[in-house]
Each structure stands twice: as structure tokens, then as C-alpha cells.
Design a protein around this ligand. Sequence first.
Ligand SMILES: [Mn+2]
Length: 324
Amino acid sequence: MLKQIYEKIKQYDTIVIARHIGVDPDALGSQFALKTAINIAFPEKKVFAVGTKSSRYNYFPKLDKYENKINDNVLLIVVDTPDKKRIDISNLDTFVNACKIDHHPFVEKLGELEYIDVNSSSASELVLRFLVENKMIINTEIAEYLYYGIVSDTNRFLFNTTPDTFKIVEWLTRTYNIDIEKIYRNLYARPFSEVRFQGYISENMTLTENGFAYVIISNDTLFKYGVDSSSAGNMVNNYNNIDEVIVWATVSEDAKNNQYKFNIRSRGPIINQVAEKYNGGGHKLASGARVNTLEEVQSLLNDLDDVCKNYNREENNKLLNERE
Ligand SMILES: [Mn+2]
């Protein structure tokens, strides 16, 4: 499949590379690694990396503007995105020829050529596989884009990490002059306001006897700390691996949309079914939801606490059965 995608690229003068909305370093890393490698291999081709820009990731190059017209002789390559509605591109329908390189569970077909490996750490790992398989030139710039993607999607090798992940990272860092310190600074540097705000969350989390921890953050608090309504959600992963906590949630007031935004994480109980009841969803252990009233906030908090209670009961029963 990777060879076929390469053959397809050869046939087109214009290549557009897209990825998901709500951009992250794996989306950008796989996108720019692919763009740079195609530029080196085929200098005569025009390659566009498209999507909404985010000032948070301004250590990546500028994204390109591209307006497609139907019937153009253009190949669209989508990376890191399983479903059409999450592709960050306008006029998706005008692209007749498309292929996909992705590590998310399959959702829907985009084009004839799709390379999907859900066991891969990141889309960047798959782009690396594509470049190696097709003997394309990799330079330090490309290697760094890929490193951003792998490190970020595995949360510094905490998740989705296999011996293969270490093997390719070992090879990348041995072969290329990757500036690891620069990369970690770019990925993890944050303003002091966020650190103070994290202190506020830690100090104000409520912990139930069932192991559910949550905090409700008002618009006034967000204003006081000089952070926006997405800040708490970005920090939710920091509360993993706390002895007393099995499910945790941040609830942020989003005054602009008159809503409360839940970011929920778990290290056991399945939470996406609860989130779905409130128009939310996500993965089994990482979900989100938006509700409109404080009554709904309380109701969702109660449901999450119940999930923890049931989970603890089941775990206790399992232990008892094992002893018998
Ligand atoms: Mn990814």
C-alpha cells in the first residue's frame, strides 16, 4: 500500500496534504515531514500543507493556502484523520483523488488507497515508514518533524508505545542530528499563568469517597488567572496516576457559548457511555461533553460518581471471588 501511494504521488503535479481540525503536533509533524520529503524527491511538483493555523504551534512552518477547483489534476493526502468531517479543509468534495495515512480506528473510506495501522504510535511513525519503504531522502528537518509527532502523541512514551516505537526513535536520533532539547522546550514550555491555574485546580478539586475527582471552574476564575476556557481541558491529563482517583473531570464555564465544558478521564471505569448521554462522547477512558445548565452539570457529575461506585463494587467482587 505504501508503494502504491508513492506511485500515485508520482502521477500528480499538485499534492495537497491535509489533517484533522483541532490541530496537534502529530498532525503537523506528519504533514510537514511528508511535504518536505515530496519536495526533495520531486522538486517540480507543487505541494501544499493546508489547515487552520494555531499560534501555539508556531515552531512549525506556515501552512499553505490552497483553493481547489473541481477536476483539477490534484492528489489529496490526508494524514492522522479517520473521518471526513474532521478533515481541516474547505471543499473536500472537489477532491476527486484522495489517499489516507492514519493510525486511528477506521471510521469511513476516503479514497482507494488507505494505509491504516492502529497499532502505530502516531501518524508520524507511519509517514516515516512510508519514506523508508520508498527510499525517499530524510534529512534532519524531516526527522525533527517526525520526532515532534511521535513524542507528542505518545505523551513522551507513556501511551501507545511499543518496542517498535523505541526502535524507530533510537534510529532517528542516532542517524540525524535532532535537537531534542529544542523540541521539548517547544512542546512543553508554558506561561506562568497556566502553572498558577494548575495550582488552583489541584487545590480546589473535590474528591468523592468513590474515587471521583472534579472541579468546576467559573468564568471569573478563568479571568482571574488569565487563561481561556480550553486551558483546564488541556491540563486534564496531568491528574492521571493519583492513588485515590480513578475518574476525574474538569468542568469549565464557557461564557461565550453559554455552556459548561467537561473534560473527563479514567483509569478504569468506562466513561464515554456516560458522556454520550449528555451529547458528548470520545474514547472509553478519555471523553468530553458540553452541557447548558448547572443542573445538568450536577447530574453528569452524579452519573460519573455512580460509574466509579459500580466499578469499585465489581472490582471488590472480583477480588473476593479470587480468594474463594
Ligand atoms: Mn495522531
